[in-house]
Design a protein around this ligand. Structure first.
Ligand code: NAI
Ligand code: MG
Length: 537
């Protein structure tokens, strides 16, 4: 079938390094038969022991792993059980001062911004090689700390981290300014110079990928970094940062301060010696860090924030493929994606069939211990998110949406939630307006294109959109009309290292990945010299 071929082509070329989704050998999007019932009574077996030791739990400052100034630690938890994996050094403002001082010295006096771009590139490539060598340990740490399926960590996310670092290593020796034909007898050139000390605050849903998106371009441009991991997932970045040291990254170039938002995050955002801030997380916290940046030293800020992205299934779509892709667009990573396709708009002519199949697909989703092979969905990150998601499910029922599947916790331990599907969702319901960040699909019915464009855009967010159609004119209309930083047509969640990503409206400011991200990490200096010899103008 033509549509099947189109999707195969789009998705099969997206090997592990660019797409989260893959196809089975038959060209169909992978579907597995559930071994588990998704009933509330289901129990999760004894958790599988991860095959990795936690090696790094201290702060990384000036090339050394050290305790927090206060000596305090905080526990990082296993979302499968809520039990403690390890105690991690808990930074505070004093530690941020120490890390910024180290980064400042490394920038102002150290070799990193002064070495040749080729030398910087070689260090980044060596780090990527080491990460690749330790793929399985890093993947195990990521799954243990976050709860995402191990196969996703090991086969997709660590390879994507490697790819992203190699991609930006490739840029290091290709960053160059221009000569500009200004009026008059002038030689005008632009220099692209690193900004200085960069503060980076990352969330817990993709700890390794957010590390890569931030650290890659910052290092390629010659900056130094103080990075704050999310308090839920501090482990994998510390492990990977140590590999950067092993690869020859000079002391002070990459510092990591683990800890909490109001202490470490706020200190970084308001620090007078941090020159630029990059943040990924909630829209609410994004507003807070922007204010802190403005009130301190006006550091430039890039923001990757929340979303409520539409996934539009047109009347000519192949329903089976649209169901599968809409399912993945929402349920991938336990629904904890800023760009989740969380409003599934379906044309009225195929609505009933779509709902029945989306329900069946959710009921067959394989939930369980993320270390087990074949698992599609692990636990949510923590009790706060777990409670938030169950609260939204309750509100959906109370507001009159039809609960087709799921609706409760899965098992009796940890933070597992049943894959949940609502139909008959109306635009004014909280489940259609707010970012739920969990495995809850809301299916909405529409009649015509103008209507769905208006409804899809009627949100404060604008991160991504999915379009499912075989009609080129419909696709062209939608890709131009939708107010979103990414529009995926007959595919979703394609994250090639070279493709820019970011939000319209309150989904963010600036773009990450690809060439566009570099602009966040260098300054442009115009250098003007008079030409004294008019014979050679
Ligand atoms: P958050 O935005 O508060 O946390 C993200 C990062 O910001 C973490 O490292 C956190 O420690 C830090 N942070 C928190 N408060 C801060 C402050 N005052 N100053 C500086 N840094 C601060 O998000 P949270 O609480 O983890 O999740 C809440 C909701 O945010 C989720 O339910 C989801 O809807 C959304 N979210 C969106 C993400 C995205 O990828 N766009 C990622 C994580 C959460
Ligand atoms: Mg954890």
């Amino acid at each position: 079938m033509a549509s099947s071929l189109r999707i195969s082509r789009l998705l099969s070329r997206s090997s592990s390094s660019s797409s989260f989704f893959s196809l089975g050998g038959n060209g169909k999007l992978g579907r597995r038969v559930s071994k588990y019932s998704t009933s509330a009574a289901a129990t999760i077996e004894e958790p599988i022991k991860p095959s990795v030791e936690v090696q790094h739990t201290q702060l990384l400052i000036n090339g050394k792993f050290i305790d927090a100034a206060s000596g305090k630690t905080f526990p990082t938890l296993d979302p499968r059980t809520g039990e403690v994996i390890a105690q991690v050094s808990e930074g505070n403002g004093e530690d941020v001062d120490r890390a910024v001082a180290a980064a400042r010295k490394a920038f102002d006096e150290g070799p990193w911004p002064r070495m040749t771009a080729y030398e910087r590139q070689k260090i980044m490539l060596r780090a990527a090689d080491l990460i690749e060598k330790h793929n399985d340990e890093i993947a195990a740490l990521e799954t243990w700390d976050n709860g995402k399926p191990y196969e996703q960590s090991a086969k997709v996310e660590v390879p994507m981290l490697v790819r992203q670092i190699r991609y930006y290593a490739g840029w290091a020796d290709k960053l160059q300014g221009h000569t500009i034909p200004a009026d008059g007898a002038l030689h005008v050139q632009t220099l692209h110079e690193p900004i200085g000390v960069v503060g980076q605050i990352i969330p817990w849903n993709f700890p390794l990928l957010m590390f890569a998106w931030k650290v890659g371009p910052a290092l390629a441009c010659g900056n130094t970094i103080v990075l704050k991991t999310a308090e839920q997932t501090p482990l994998s970045a510390l492990y990977v940062a140590n590999l950067f040291l092993e690869a020859g990254l000079p002391a002070g170039v990459l510092n990591i301060v683990s800890g909490f938002g109001p202490t470490v995050g706020a200190a970084l955002a308001s620090h007078m010696h941090v020159d630029k801030l990059a943040f990924t997380g909630s829209t609410e916290t994004g507003k807070a860090v922007l204010q802190l940046a403005a009130k301190s030293n006006l550091k430039t800020v890039t923001l990757e924030l929340g979303g409520k992205s539409p996934f539009i299934v047109c009347k000519d779509a192949d329903v089976d493929q649209a169901v599968e892709l809409a399912h993945l667009a929402l349920f991938f990573n336990q629904g904890q994606c800023c760009c989740a396709g969380s409003r599934t708009f379906v044309h009225e002519s195929i609505y009933d069939e779509f709902v029945a199949k989306a329900k069946a697909r959710a009921l067959s989703r394989v939930v369980g211990d993320p270390f087990k092979s074949g698992i599609e969905q692990g636990p949510q990150i923590d009790s706060k998110q777990f409670d938030k998601i169950l609260g939204y499910i309750k509100s959906g029922v109370e507001n009159g949406a039809t609960l087709e599947a799921g609706g409760d916790r899965f098992g009796n331990k940890g933070y597992y939630v049943q894959p949940t599907v609502f139909s008959n969702v109306q635009d004014n319901m909280a489940i259609a307006k707010d970012e739920i960040f969990g495995p809850v699909q809301s299916i909405l019915k529409y009649k015509d294109l103008d209507e769905v464009i208006h409804r899809a855009n009627n949100t404060a967010y604008g991160l991504a959109a999915g379009v499912f159609t075989k009609d080129i004119d419909t696709a062209n209309t939608l890709t131009r009309a939708l107010k979103a930083g990414s529009v995926w047509v007959n595919c979703f969640d394609i994250f090639d290292a070279a493709i820019p990503f970011g939000g319209y409206k309150m989904s963010g400011q600036g773009r990450e990945k690809g060439e566009y991200s570099l602009k966040n990490y260098y300054q442009v200096k115009a250098v003007v010299t008079p030409l004294k010899n008019p014979a050679w103008l």
